[in-house]
Design a protein around this ligand. Sequence first.
Ligand SMILES: [Zn+2]
Ligand SMILES: [Zn+2]
Length: 132
Amino acid sequence: MIRGGCLCGGVRYEISGDLSEMCYCHCQMCRRAHGTPFSNYVALNPRDRRYTRGEELIARYQSSAEAVRTFCSRCGSKLEFQTTKTPDEIWIVSGTFDDDPGIRSTSHIYVASKAPWFEITDDLKQYPEESD
Ligand SMILES: [Zn+2]
Ligand SMILES: [Zn+2]
């Protein structure tokens, strides 16, 4: 069981089941949404994530025709990314985990949009846009 939540503690969640992937996203929308040079997410099946508190605080922003980003309406913490391209997957913002989820990042995606002031210094796979 992995637990996590937003900065103010209003939204809390629990994850059971397997995490399928962790990756860094360098797309400009993530950069703007998170206010950082990149985002980091973990993918899982939506039925393996359960909100234990504060579901009423969750706000949704449709950032493109396919994608919705959720965040805490009180403190602004980014929580999830979902795209209709992969309806059986949600992407949880890994910075909201309380504990080590065990999984490690395997790739950088959307490096074609990478912030020029950020240099990737690891040997993980890089994809210009989405991974395969
Ligand atoms: Zn909050
Ligand atoms: Zn992104």
